[in-house]
Design a protein around this ligand. Structure first.
Ligand code: R5P
Length: 302
């Protein structure tokens, strides 16, 4: 079997190191620069260059989603040109995944463009974590794995709340919430969320679940502005919930998202290192490298 070489892509220096360490793979250096006109330049530097090897490109597509996507494709192309027999793209956070259908006439399906771009650049395998809509991955022409991590986050939440209800803020997040709830033998439910397609305004209709006197763990894939979580929290508290912990895989924390969530009444936010996050007294960051490495092993040993 050819040597596995980890190529650190955008926003993933630390994740790449831990993946290389845990998987026993070699770690490449990447020389990168920006030309005066703004173009991106990358060059791989590792001892297997132009010798048979398998390349594992580790990228996170936040922040700087568009340039991160482009840089990831450049790294895939460079690997294919310089000895990689196969390229695995490990992209725990794939940006543009929420535009997974045409909501309004005239729109693209952005996630399809991303998946096809990765494949056409030379990635034959794709590993991601908790993608917004797992069905989107069917548009990736190679093989793919969606690593679920909500069970790890919910397990961590049990340090802060006793016997919680696991709540998805909308039906789209229900599979993620129920997966974690079933693993830990907990109740689960969801809120009915409606988004106005033109204005983007969101309203919530609580389901007929009794939240009164219960601890709640809200499970979501992405925290962007924090609006979804803040509004869900308000709904839960208005229905008598005791305390709220939030678990989310990808915390982008745009603007004042963290404070917005905490000010809405959330006790703790538990998230992962799929994107760079700064931990503090309210934000706990769980390293999911081990679970990602399990997925790499399953793929490469099968
Ligand atoms: C939406 O369907 C997603 O799963 C997230 O709930 C949403 O994108 C979070 O965005 P924000 O934090 O801006 O409400």
């Amino acid at each position: 079997m050819n040597e596995l070489v980890v190529i650190p892509g955008p926003n993933a220096a630390s994740l790449s190191k831990s993946i290389a360490l845990l998987s026993g793979a070699a770690l490449s250096n990447v020389h990168r620069k920006i030309f005066p006109d703004g173009e991106i330049y990358v060059r791989l530097e590792h001892i297997y260059l132009n010798k048979p090897h398998r390349a594992l490109i580790v990228s996170s597509m936040y922040p700087n989603q568009a340039s991160s996507f482009l840089e990831t494709m450049l790294l895939i192309d460079a690997s294919k040109r310089h000895g990689a027999s196969e390229v695995i793209a490990l992209i725990p956070y794939i940006a543009f995944s929420r535009q997974d259908k045409v909501f309004l006439s005239g729109e693209p399906i952005s996630i399809e463009v991303i998946l096809k771009g990765l494949y056409l650049s030379g990635a034959s395998h794709l590993i991601t974590a908790d993608i917004h809509n797992p069905k989107s991955l069917r548009e990736f022409p190679g093989t793919f794995t969606n690593v679920m991590v909500s069970d790890i986050l919910v397990r961590e939440s049990l340090k802060y709340v006793d016997n919680p209800i696991i709540l998805a803020p909308d039906i789209g997040a229900l599979e993620r919430a129920s997966f974690a709830a079933k693993k830990h033998g907990l109740d689960f439910d969801y809120l009915v969320k409606t988004r106005d397609k033109a204005s983007g305004e969101v309203t919530y209709e609580p389901r007929e679940v009794n939240l009164s006197g219960r601890n709640i763990v809200i499970v979501d894939d992405v925290i962007s502005t924090g609006g979804t979580i803040a509004e869900s929290t308000k709904v839960c508290l208005s229905r008598g919930a005791l305390s709220i912990v939030v678990v989310a895989t990808h915390s982008l924390f745009v603007g004042g998202a963290r404070d917005r969530i905490i000010n809405a009444g959330v006790k703790k936010i538990i998230t992962t290192n799929t994107v760079p996050v700064i931990k503090d007294e309210a934000v706990e960051v769980i390293d999911i490298s081990e679970r990602l490495v399990e997925a790499i092993r399953e793929l490469t040993e099968s």
